[in-house]
Each structure stands twice: as structure tokens, then as C-alpha cells.
Write a protein that binds this ligand. Structure first.
Ligand SMILES: Nc1ncnc2c1ncn2[C@@H]1O[C@H](COP(=O)(O)OP(=O)(O)O)[C@@H](O)[C@H]1O
Ligand SMILES: [Mg+2]
Length: 311
């Protein structure tokens, strides 16, 4: 029997039925293996003897193969060598707290812990800049310089933070007809809100007809959905009310994703959730790749089970 530990946010913060980590835990349970939850307050590293983590066995009830309810059983302790797979599943923001946990995970990895995704890779690849630095990428400004921002953009733009998720802090704005001082005021305000660095891009109109979420594991395409924003909206995040349906990838997009998977795979990134907008990669999510439930549902396949067979 294998032990899988899921390092997750408090259950209260999760949408139980749609949570990718719990969906994976459910697939673990169905195989007759054991899934455990690990919370921040029980996480540690020590070099003065044995490391045994306090974990809570997860018991899941399902309906039509999807998670219906979650029960956490009495805590147990697991020594590092008793953990077969450790799933790093904390959600962004990628901030000081996140960074500290990744450093601790690197130390645990040195002691033999097998971690998905590898903390080395998560540390190395920013989910957005990795996409923007590809040869085929949407025109993008990232930084704190107003002069460079002003030179790079005009018309309708999107501004967003570099380290958030689920459409949080993403805003549409028009620079048309604004005086330089007004642009500067807007930019300085965004800098304060976003911790010093602003991401800005021309507004891509094609978003109205949807953005693709494509899931890859070890460079293999597991499945994709087209996420379509609510009428009159531009956020293609399901957490913001976007609808979804099954879709396929063009050979070009498939090739682009594989290229990036190969690059990131060298640093231990195995599970990637891409956002593909208007024919280009716009995000390569590696911190806590999501929408496993939605992509599974739309494609009538249990992709959590598929991932477990590849471990
Ligand atoms: N340049 C853009 N033009 C139009 N819509 C955008 C643009 N950038 C982001 N969006 C919208 O905002 C959503 C969230 O942006 P994204 O870069 O995926 O960040 P995150 O999902 O991490 O919040 C996208 O799914 C898309 O709907
Ligand atoms: Mg996104």
C-alpha cells in the first residue's frame, strides 16, 4: 500500500467537489492506497533526528465518481520514509510564505522525499513569465518602470499581478485619450496594489470566445477544455463564473505545450496546467495545477486515475 500526502490549504478554503487535490486523493483511495492531508501548522524540517509529520487520513465519499464529502480522521504520524508521494498542493499567492515552504521542501527532498511538482522547478518557473518568455507569446510588459510601460502600451489593456491566480486582481483599462499624468497615476496605483511589479498586455478580444485549459503530465496531453467567460465579461476563470466544454488542441499548440513541458521537466515539473489564449500559451500553472475535475468531467475520463498510473 502506498501513502500519498497532500500538502493543502485549510479545507474551508477549498471547493470540495471541484478541488483537484481532493479528486487526486479520491483516486488514491479507490486504488486501495492511503491519502493523507497535511496542513501548514504541522509542516516542519529538522536535522536533529527523525522527521515524522502529523497527517490526517482523508476519507472521501463520492457520487458518480466525483467527491461529495470529505472526512478527516484522527491524526497519525508518518516518517519521511513511509511517504511514497508528497503532493505540493498549496495555492498561490506565491509570496514569502510560499517561498519559505518551497525551501523547506527542498531540504526534505534532500532527505529522500519524492515531491510533485518538485520544489526546484516551482521555484524556477514563474507561471506567467515562463509563458511570456517563449518565442511565440502575447506582447507583454512586466515591471515597475512607468516610462517603459508608457512606451509599450496604448488602447485597451489588461493589468494583472505576477503572482496570483483565478483571475484575482485582473483588470481591463483603457489608456485611450488619457494624459501622461493620468496614465502615471493609474500605473503607480497598480504598482502599490500589486507589490511593485505590474503585468500589462494589450486586451485580447478573442477571449470572449474562450481560453483553453490544457493539462499535461510528463509531457503527455491528458485533456483540455474551452473556458468561456460569462456574457459581457472577459475572465475565463471557472472560479469567476466561466462555463466550459471539452475541446482539442491544434498540433501547433500541442507542440508549444510539449516544448515547455520538456524544458520544465528537466527541473522536476511533471504536472502542468496551461492556459492557451488566442493560439498562444498565456500561463503555465505549476504551483497547484487545477481544473482536473472539470477537464475529467468534460472528457468523460478520470484523469486523476490516469496521473496515478504514471507516477
Ligand atoms: N491580455 C489579455 N486579454 C484579454 N483577457 C485576458 C488577458 N490576460 C488575461 N485575461 C483574462 O484574465 C484571466 C486571468 O488571467 P491569467 O493570466 O490566466 O491569470 P490567473 O488565471 O492566474 O489569474 C484569463 O483567463 C483571461 O480570461
Ligand atoms: Mg489563468
Amino acid at each position: 500500500m502506498s501513502n500519498h500526502v497532500f500538502f493543502i490549504d485549510p479545507l474551508l478554503k477549498l471547493n470540495l467537489q471541484k478541488d483537484s487535490s481532493l479528486y487526486l486523493a479520491h483516486a488514491v483511495q479507490k486504488r486501495g492506497d492511503q491519502a493523507f492531508a497535511l496542513f501548514e501548522e504541522d509542516f516542519f524540517y529538522s536535522n536533529t533526528g527523525e522527521i515524522a509529520l502529523k497527517v490526517r487520513p482523508i476519507q472521501l465519499d463520492d457520487e458518480d465518481d466525483f467527491v461529495k464529502s470529505v472526512t478527516l480522521l484522527h491524526p497519525e504520524t508518518l516518517k519521511l520514509e513511509e511517504i511514497n508521494w508528497f503532493h505540493m498542493r498549496l495555492d498561490p499567492p506565491f509570496d514569502g510564505r510560499y517561498l519559505r515552504y518551497l525551501w523547506i521542501l527542498q531540504a526534505l527532498k534532500e532527505r529522500g522525499l519524492r515531491i510533485i511538482n518538485d520544489p526546484d522547478g516551482i521555484l524556477l518557473f514563474n507561471e506567467k513569465l515562463t509563458a511570456y518568455s517563449m518565442a511565440r507569446a502575447h506582447p507583454t510588459f512586466v515591471g515597475a518602470s512607468f516610462e517603459a510601460f508608457e512606451r509599450s502600451l496604448d488602447g485597451d489593456i489588461i493589468v494583472k499581478p505576477l503572482d496570483l491566480y483565478q483571475g484575482k486582481g485582473v483588470e481591463k483599462f483603457s489608456l485611450t485619450g488619457l494624459k501622461r499624468e493620468e496614465k502615471r497615476q493609474f500605473f503607480e496605483r497598480k504598482k502599490v496594489e500589486m507589490g511593485g511589479v505590474v503585468v500589462a498586455q494589450p486586451f485580447i478580444k478573442e477571449v470572449a470566445s474562450g481560453e483553453i485549459r490544457a493539462l499535461f503530465f510528463d509531457g503527455l496531453h491528458l485533456g483540455s477544455i474551452l473556458k468561456t467567460p460569462k456574457q459581457g465579461d472577459f475572465l475565463a476563470n471557472i472560479a469567476q463564473g466561466a462555463s466550459y466544454k471539452s475541446t482539442t488542441l491544434t498540433p501547433e499548440l500541442h507542440g508549444e505545450c510539449q516544448k515547455l513541458c520538456q524544458r520544465m521537466g528537466k527541473h522536476g515539473i511533471r504536472f502542468v496546467a496551461f492556459d492557451l489564449l488566442a493560439g498562444k500559451i498565456s500561463e503555465a500553472n505549476v504551483t497547484c495545477p487545477g481544473l482536473l475535475v472539470e477537464v475529467s468531467k468534460a472528457n468523460h475520463k478520470n484523469l486523476a486515475e490516469e496521473i496515478l498510473t504514471k507516477l
